[in-house]
Write a protein that binds this ligand. Structure first.
Ligand SMILES: Cc1cc2nc3c(=O)[nH]c(=O)nc-3n(C[C@H](O)[C@H](O)[C@H](O)COP(=O)(O)O)c2cc1C
Length: 189
């Protein structure tokens, strides 16, 4: 299963449309998760996860940890807010620090970083923006991919002003193409 993670609160918005299009391009079994529905608390930085084997907060992230570990690949989408990712995406990434201490996956070269249960999973990242600032939003998501030792399949920053991205064929084509690349990265015909 390829997991789509959308960090926009607007279900009719552009980020969701891009994530859905990438998922469609994979022609695979997919699941789309809207972070806005999950009630994800902030990472408190307590680092209890490092010795308790997981996060003490039991919320929407508890189930998402399982999905992240079980999926074959991921499509992560964030709207660009103030030249970076949305708070929803940032919280998801911050809370994912606990994944390193669940006793699964390969050991990190840096013992402090625990394990890397998402290592080698292909990931596509997309960000919808009105005008400017999408580069850093993509960079932030890319740093999450790099830290997790996942494989970046490709990225797409799509500027559509206040318009509906579905009317921008070029971006929709690029999104679908990303999905095709994701399928290729999974070794699927
Ligand atoms: C809090 C907030 C901050 C934003 N910051 C930027 C920005 O830095 N640059 C920009 O071009 N658009 C910015 N926008 C516009 C959004 O990036 C744009 O509307 C995008 O399509 C939102 O994604 P969505 O359609 O999935 O909701 C911002 C919008 C909001 C609500």
């Amino acid at each position: 299963m390829i997991l789509g993670i959308c960090g926009s609160g607007r279900k009719e918005g552009n980020t969701g449309a891009l994530v859905e299009e990438v998922l469609k391009g994979t022609a695979s079994e997919t699941e789309l998760v809207w972070l806005i529905d999950l009630n994800i608390g902030y990472c408190t930085g307590c680092m209890r996860c490092t010795f308790e084997g997981g996060c003490w907060q039991k919320d929407g992230m508890t189930d998402l940890y399982k999905k992240l570990i079980d999926c074959e690949g991921m499509v992560i989408g964030s709207p660009c807010y103030y030249g970076d990712v949305s708070g929803l995406v940032k919280s998801m990434m911050d809370r994912s620090i606990a994944l390193g201490y669940m006793g699964i996956g390969k050991e990190s070269a840096q013992p402090m970083h625990g394990r890397k249960p998402l290592a080698d999973k292909p990931v596509a990242i997309v960000s919808a923006v009105a005008g400017h600032g999408v580069e850093r939003a993509l960079e932030t998501m890319e740093s999450f991919v790099t830290f997790g030792e996942m494989k970046l399949v490709g990225k797409l920053g799509a500027a559509a002003g206040m318009e509906d991205i579905r009317e921008h064929k070029n971006f929709m084509d690029e999104a679908r193409e990303l999905g095709v690349k994701m399928k290729g990265a999974l070794g699927k015909p």
